[in-house]
Design a protein around this ligand. Structure first.
Ligand SMILES: *Cc1c(COP(=O)(O)O)cnc(C)c1O
Length: 342
């Protein structure tokens, strides 16, 4: 048991009893030979959920994103994404390191970019410029406080990409949060994206793993790229079983995480020592402390109450709700927020 109420991320969850049981029962084989039946099942199941042909199970969302970028770019080409994107900010400069591609950053709204911005970011066909070859969206947007794209917004961006023969990738680390909040149908995503990365280890509660989804020939080549990155793994079915369990049991309950995040957001809005709370659309709450509040002092206060959180920039703090929180923990968080004296 975790003695802390951990709001740092939705990656901190541990496998539930049901998930552990599924892992113990898993049939496994050597996945480098494509012989792990549970990995194969997870890949096929994940692809079918999103109306895609094939899937590749990888150790992390960074790997699935970076493989996708590699598949859609060449040196001298360019990736278009929001300035706050995980692929740009939090993947160690991997676009340059792995793909030798450049990046065109867009200043979106809470991480979301518009079709007009995408259109304007496409380089002319002229030897001075890198070739725009990929647009990447993030849904939900982590640094945007969990803002999400709806399917119609995605369709409009996809139309710009298709018309300009540019691939469209989704960093769907929290795509199920977006789907639960919007009510959109996951299968429709396959019509608009060329590749999709889905994290199983965020709100879905699996211990490890992400899926890269796409057309069969692309996924076959992606398996080579995974190998060269050192991601060819063997009896990964024990982990795939956790991923399957997560996809089959932990999607609908994300609504509870959203409701709890909303509750926390409302409590913060009522606190005099908080100047701004980003709109709470899913399971992420980002807020700004008043200038006179010492941020580390506030974080220490939370720690003393048994609550862990992360700073997210000057005076900014991020709380993330997830499936290892209980009603009692939420009550303790609300009390701690109400009781703090700046
Ligand atoms: C967590 C996350 C990823 C992948 O992270 P890993 O830790 O490499 O699995 C990718 N994109 C976003 C938006 C994320 O939040």
């Amino acid at each position: 048991m975790n003695s802390f109420i951990d709001l740092r991320s939705d990656t901190v969850t541990k496998p539930s009893a049901g998930m552990l049981e599924a892992m113990f029962q898993a049939q496994v084989g050597d996945d480098v030979y494509s012989e792990d039946p549970t990995v194969n099942e997870l890949q096929a199941y994940g692809a079918s959920l999103f109306g895609m042909e094939a899937g590749l199970f990888c150790p992390s969302g960074t790997m699935t994103n970076q493989i996708a970028i590699k598949m859609h770019t060449q040196p001298l080409s360019e990736v278009v994404c929001d300035r706050t994107s995980h692929i740009y900010v939090y993947e160690v400069g991997g676009i340059a390191f792995n793909s030798a591609a450049s990046v065109q950053l867009i200043d979106g709204v809470r991480g979301k970019i518009s079709p007009a911005q995408v259109e304007a970011s496409i380089n002319p066909d002229n030897i001075h410029f890198a070739v725009t070859s990929l647009v990447s969206l993030e849904n939900t947007c982590n640094k945007g406080g969990g803002a999400y794209y709806t399917l119609s917004e995605i369709a409009a961006i996809s139309e710009v990409c298709r018309r300009n023969k540019i691939a469209l990738h989704l960093d769907g680390a929290r795509v199920f949060n977006a789907l639960v909040a919007s009510g959109d149908d996951a299968r429709e995503y396959g019509r608009y994206f060329d590749t999709i990365s889905v994290c199983l280890s965020k709100g879905l509660g699996a211990p490890v793993g992400s899926l890269l989804l796409g057309p069969k020939p692309l996924i076959e080549q992606a398996k080579r790229v995974r190998k060269v990155l050192g991601g060819g793994w063997r009896q990964a079915g024990f982990l795939a079983a956790a991923g399957l369990y997560a996809l089959q049991n932990n999607i609908q309950r994300l609504q509870l995480d959203h409701d709890r995040a909303t509750q926390i957001g409302n409590a913060l809005r009522a606190a005099t020592y908080v100047t701004e709370v980003m709109p709470v659309d899913t399971n992420i709450v980002i807020f700004t402390l008043a200038p006179e509040v010492n941020m580390n002092g506030f974080l220490d206060y939370l720690t003393a109450k048994g609550i862990q959180a992360s700073s997210f920039g000057p005076q900014k703090i991020r709380f993330v709700t997830h499936l290892d929180l209980s009603d009692e923990m939420i009550a303790a968080i609300l009390t701690a927020i109400a009781d703090f004296k700046a």
